[in-house]
Design a protein around this ligand. Structure first.
Ligand code: NAP
Length: 265
């Protein structure tokens, strides 16, 4: 067994990321001093699941902590960081959109941002989660790289500017796609159609983009500029002006995007 990190780590938080981190640390036998939780019910639950003790004061974080993970809401990172007592190790946040400098007055700091959507009770396959990392200097970055590699084989360096662009791309590929599927389910259900009939199509869409450029894979009335079908769909959506607006916006953009890509070829 590797003895890295030699000193224990500490996790601040008891939310989605904190729980997933603690479960992974337990599985790969990372030495964990404990975690800080305001929510007593969650604290107890995570204690039972992981065997790691919950604390409720930052003063409980030991000075020899090797990595202190701030698994707290983005808005709380600065405030929570400023309340952490001095540690010999590295203070790390996990936000895609928060600058490393949100951790102030600390020399050894960094970021490990998992490029994945996490919920407390999802079963994560860490081997498939890219970790975007940043460090306040070269030595700190090396340490973070070494730690992140224990969690996932996909570790990439990204400064705060690059990370926020990646986060933006993630919003399009996860949040927006998920929203469009939610709308598709609503439309199906409004006519009594079983929405799970759409699942094979959704799976095929996601499968295809793994081996080809999505710009070359578009099908449907917009890419064909099939105006009669588009007009029929718009009419069907007249009772749902908000979905009609979404439909029109996406249809126009598919046509615009096709025109740009055709000119480039
Ligand atoms: N979930 C994801 O998909 C995901 C993916 C990548 C990165 N991240 C990043 O991971 C970090 C944690 O996200 P999460 O999803 O785990 O959030 P979460 O489930 O909402 O949990 C947030 C945690 O922060 C604690 N907290 C909030 N304000 C606090 C404060 N002022 N002082 C002390 N603790 C405070 C909360 O405690 P209470 O329960 O007591 O309020 C809770 O334990 C964020 O930076 C987020 O951007 C999340």
């Amino acid at each position: 067994m590797s003895n890295f990190p030699a000193d224990p780590v500490f996790v601040v938080g008891s939310g989605n990321l904190a729980r997933n981190f603690l479960l992974k640390f337990r599985d790969i036998k990372i030495p964990v001093h404990g975690f800080l939780a305001r929510n007593k019910t969650l604290a107890k639950k995570i204690e039972e699941e992981t065997g790691f003790p919950a604390f409720d004061h930052t003063k409980d974080i030991p000075g020899n902590t090797s990595f202190c993970f701030l698994a707290v809401s983005d808005q709380a990172i600065s405030e929570v960081a400023s309340g952490i007592p001095p540690i010999s190790g590295i203070l790390i946040h996990h936000s895609g959109t928060t600058d490393i400098e949100a951790i102030q007055c600390v020399r050894k700091k960094g970021v490990i941002w998992p490029l994945q959507s996490l919920t407390a009770y999802s079963h994560l396959n860490w081997n498939e989660i890219p970790l975007m990392i940043e460090g306040s200097d070269k030595d700190v970055l090396n340490e973070i790289q070494k730690f992140a590699s224990l969690l996932s084989p996909i570790v990439e360096e990204a400064d705060s500017a690059r990370r926020v662009m990646c986060h933006l791309a993630a919003v399009f590929s996860n949040n927006f796609v998920n929203h469009l599927i939610a709308v598709a389910f609503d439309i199906a259900k409004s006519e009594g159609i079983d929405p799970t009939l759409l699942i094979p199509l959704i799976q095929e869409t996601l499968k295809r983009v793994q081996s080809a450029n999505p710009a070359d894979l578009q099908t449907g009335p917009a890419i064909r500029n099939d105006q009669p079908t588009i007009a029929r769909h718009q009419e069907l959506l007249s009772q749902h002006p908000e979905y009609q607006q979404l439909y029109n916006m996406l249809t126009s953009d598919i046509i615009r995007y096709r025109n740009i890509n055709t000119t480039k070829k």
